[in-house]
Design a protein around this ligand. Structure first.
Ligand code: BG6
Length: 475
């Protein structure tokens, strides 16, 4: 493209940012909340515990006021299932309902549209004890929980996300503390994709129920989508990229949007004797469900080459955005054209545009970026400032690509980077900071929890005020 004649951001574009309950709220066993898988997991060495986090549970009013000061149009947060149903099913905890009523009302009072994620990596421990997503009853558990949410919050919440990063739950669940494989399991791939099938089914039922109960509301999945590049133009590397694209990205959206299993993944499952058990009627339910838009998290792209069939995986670090190999299919490799963050994630703003183009051409639905951001070590100066020019650069480079994608004709509803304020990362502690708002606490010691506006706070405020037209540095 010549990239002349850029289209402006739509006038009702949702600028804002995101958080998730277990990473930001703290108060993890207060006011009747039950434990989730995150509360009982073994913490990665040296990382903050999850009982305080950013203490957003007690300070949400101050935080939402700061978001309003930045000019947010939307705030994406998740509801902790275990605050609403401490045992996952059964008795409703009124204190949990009251809490989120206050959060939603606070957003609305500031003119901020709430975008609610129903499930963000925090399965109730009581349900994990009953077999988690491996138990087919999990479909009903999720539907029961969703119904409580729609009944209590549906009068004010117009935008919903079902399951955050189902693809990461499936691909790297153990790293983020979510996947439970029963002892003695003889086919881990089959168990994993059975769990995945139950999640897909639960999501389909909940999307349909949302449309029936709340005809004005809009609902979407929220996978983590990274376009996969081939490491070379060798035909076998192209195939490897197609296969990882199918496994990492398309299986989730093909099912959510079209109600079909991606054929390359189906072949992979057949080759491992791992196709999920599908009951009569399941596929009709999948086909009948439709998202209104697509939420997606984007951090970077992946690059793969063909992986030999006799490849034995080493102990290389694998997480949501790096590493991973499947013998006979693909092997992730470093992309020599891309710089990396301090935490080893590649940075690929142009890949963001490439990813949006590809998604839009496959699904033709409006889309919203529900996460994007830079995890970095920040320093609070003695006069209470955080000079995070590196984060401003990262965000600017991505917002520029977002506008280019809009100019390509991609329908984008909003941009909600990760994260509104500092919070505890999935497995690398609070030292890996993402927020516009600095929270005074560390992995080693709970601090004052005072909030400080980073330089990126003032910069993003200016971006929002100009509806994305002014991305220039702060004066
Ligand atoms: C996404 C998750 O995978 O990336 C968030 O939805 C997470 O929960 C974010 O925090 C950044 O990842 P990390 O591992 O740096 O916390």
């Amino acid at each position: 493209m010549l990239d002349k004649n850029l289209k402006p951001f739509p006038k009702d574009f949702f600028w804002g940012a995101s958080t998730s309950a277990y990473q930001v709220e703290g108060a993890n066993l207060s006011d009747g909340k039950g434990p989730s898988c995150q509360d009982v997991k073994e913490l990665p060495a040296g990382t903050a515990s999850l009982d305080i986090c950013a203490d957003h549970y007690h300070r949400f009013e101050e935080d939402i006021a700061l978001m309003a000061e930045m000019g947010f149009k939307m705030y994406r947060f998740s509801i902790a299932w275990t605050r609403i149903l401490p045992q996952g099913t059964g008795e409703v905890n009124q204190a949990g309902i009251d809490h989120y009523n206050k959060v939603i009302d606070c957003c609305l009072a500031h003119g901020i549209e709430p975008l609610v994620t129903m499930f963000h990596f925090d399965m109730p421990d009581a349900l994990d004890q009953r077999g988690s997503w491996g138990n087919r009853e999990s479909v009903d558990w999720f539907v029961e929980y969703a119904k409580v949410l729609f009944e209590n919050f549906g009068d004010r919440v117009k935008y919903w996300l079902t399951i955050n990063e189902q693809n990461m739950l499936t691909l790297v669940g153990p790293v983020i503390g979510t996947m439970h494989i029963p002892e003695g399991c003889t086919n881990v791939i089959k168990e994993t994709y059975q769990q995945n099938h139950h999640m897909l089914l639960a999501q389909a039922k909940v999307m349909k129920m949302c449309h029936e109960m709340l005809p004005e509301a809009k609902i979407a999945p929220a996978p983590n989508i990274s376009l996969v590049y081939p490491a070379s133009c060798k035909p076998e590397d192209i195939q490897a990229a197609q296969e990882f694209n199918a496994m990492r990205n398309w299986i989730y959206l093909d099912m959510a949007v079209y109600g079909v299993y991606n054929n390359l993944i189906w072949r992979y499952l057949e080759e491992h004797d791992a196709t999920p058990d599908i009951e009569p009627g399941d596929m009709d339910i999948m086909k009948a469900a439709h998202p209104d838009f697509i939420g997606f998290n984007y951090y970077n792209t992946s690059t793969v080459q063909k992986c030999p069939a006799d490849f034995a995986a080493g102990d290389g670090k694998v997480d949501q955005q790096k590493g991973g190999a499947e013998a006979g299919y693909f092997m992730n490799v470093s992309n020599p054209n891309l710089p990396k963050t301090e935490f080893g994630w590649e940075i690929d703003p142009m890949g963001y545009r490439n990813t949006m183009r590809e998604m839009y051409s496959r699904y033709h639905l409006p889309m919203i970026t529900t996460e994007n951001g830079l995890g970095a070590y920040d320093t609070l100066t003695e006069d209470g400032k955080v000079h995070d020019q590196y984060r401003i650069k990262y965000l600017r480079d991505h917002i520029e690509q977002l506008q280019l994608a809009i100019s390509d004709g991609v329908e984008m509803m909003g941009y909600l980077p990760w994260s509104a304020l500092d919070l505890v990362s999935t497995h690398e502690g609070i030292r890996k900071r993402y927020g516009f708002i600095y929270v005074d606490t560390t992995d080693e010691k709970v601090g004052t929890l005072d909030r400080y506006r980073k330089d990126s706070f003032y910069w993003y405020k200016k971006v929002i005020a100009s509806n994305g037209a002014d991305l220039s540095d702060l004066a």
